[in-house]
Design a protein around this ligand. Structure first.
Ligand SMILES: Cc1ncc(COP(=O)(O)O)c(C=O)c1O
Length: 386
């Protein structure tokens, strides 16, 4: 009966990251540095609040947009983080940022619209864009230090350009967009009335002082949509909760799509999530920062080159010197060194010269994995020289 189904969905491919992680899980003794998921557990404070919410019978249908108490807590939280101020009516509670992003694409894109996304990119955006019969237009930023060059961006603008999606800190590079990049986006977005979705899921995990964001720029208010998540900083990946922020008319429009998609997010989860916003995540940030420093030291000692990360929990490692495709490199790592990595090509890189590691894994695994990578690199260099 597959000849009778929606052909757009038939084009979806299984995530390459999951494919590699699953293959790795079948091999005994493999150290996996693949998945971008915190190894920590959700705090007792949030878990206790959930138990209490259940005892208090917060088990009925929620409002589609989200509980007013949580939306107000989000609006208050955000107003302390950013110059942009949002009202509760401009917040939509979503099923992780993934559903929030899908609701945005479905609510904003018409057939033939163009969406510019800097590459390498987090790949989950693409299927939903294609489902809308819109076109993803890649902006290769690998030759501009993973920053946005205004002329290169301008060259991609057409009358069909509707949207840009930015991810800062980025998955897979960990790079944060600098002021020049954000200025370029702003100038072009304002000039051509282009929406900008800022995927901010790693924004609490930034390790540099010079961090800039569009949500500090009030002139962008009518064009900016922020996608946020509780998954990463609060170790709440399995709770599936996040939110969108947008100017009131756009928020109402996206909420229309969101409400038909999901009806709403589980009520007791929303009640408990208010507690998350009272949590200080600075210790989590410090743990990741320390791991990053130690990981970079290990890579430096093995003379392995990488894109210097400034946030998130990934390192994008350069493998050009080995002249191998990233999938072949990762297959070799998996089978010969029992080390699971993610091929860079899965992030739509223009050149197949990178692999990604995640340092959100258990510390023991992280350092063992990096040492296995070091051994592999040494072996490859020896083979080349003999
Ligand atoms: C850049 C980026 N955006 C969004 C997500 C999705 O997160 P969630 O749906 O758990 O909020 C991820 C997860 O890895 C991500 O890396």
């Amino acid at each position: 009966m597959l000849d009778r189904v929606n052909t757009q969905v038939l084009k979806f491919k299984k995530s390459g990251i999951r494919k590699f992680a699953e293959a790795a899980s079948l091999i005994p003794g493999v150290v996996s540095l693949t998945i971008g998921e915190p190894e920590f557990n959700t705090s007792d404070r949030i878990k206790d609040a959930t138990k209490q919410a259940l005892d208090d019978n917060h088990t009925h249908y929620p409002s589609g947009q989200g509980l007013l108490s949580l939306r107000q807590a989000v609006a208050d939280f955000e107003s302390k983080q950013n110059k942009m101020q949002y009202k509760a009516e401009e917040v939509i509670i979503t099923n992780g940022s993934t559903e929030g992003l899908a609701a945005c694409f479905l609510a904003l894109l018409n057939e033939g619209d163009e969406v510019i996304i800097p590459q390498p990119m987090y790949v989950t955006y693409q299927p939903m864009i294609e489902y809308c019969k819109a076109k993803m237009v890649p902006l290769d930023i690998s030759l501009s230090n993973f920053q946005i060059d205004e002329a290169a961006l301008r060259a991609l603008i057409t009358p069909r350009t509707k949207l840009m999606v930015i991810t800062s800190p980025n998955n897979p590079t960990g790079v944060v967009l600098n002021k020049q990049s954000l200025d370029a986006i702003k100038a072009i977005a304002l000039e051509h009335r282009i929406f900008v979705i800022s995927d901010d899921v790693y924004q609490q995990l930034v390790y540099v002082d010079h961090f800039q964001k569009l949500s500090d720029d009030v002139e962008m208010r009518h064009l900016l949509i922020v996608a946020q998540s509780f998954s990463k900083p609060y170790a709440m990946t399995g709770w599936r909760i996040g939110y969108l922020l947008a100017d009131a008319p756009i928020a109402a429009h996206i909420n229309m799509m969101h409400s038909y998609l999901v009806t709403g997010i589980s009520t007791f989860t929303q009640v408990a999530t208010i507690e998350a916003l009272n949590e200080d995540t600075s210790h989590v940030r410090e743990v990741y920062r320390q791991r990053l420093l130690r990981s970079m030291k290990i890579l430096d000692d093995f003379n392995i080159d990488y894109v210097k990360p400034e946030g998130a929990f990934y390192i994008f490692i350069k493998i050009k010197e080995f002249g191998m495709a990233s999938e072949a490199f990762c297959n070799k790592a998996l089978h010969d060194y029992k080390l699971a990595l993610v091929p860079g090509i899965y992030f739509n890189t223009s050149k197949d010269e990178y692999i990604r590691i995640s340092y959100a894994v258990k510390e023991k695994d992280l350092y063992e994995g990096l040492n296995r990578l070091g051994t592999m690199v040494k072996d490859l260099r020896n083979e080349k020289n003999n």
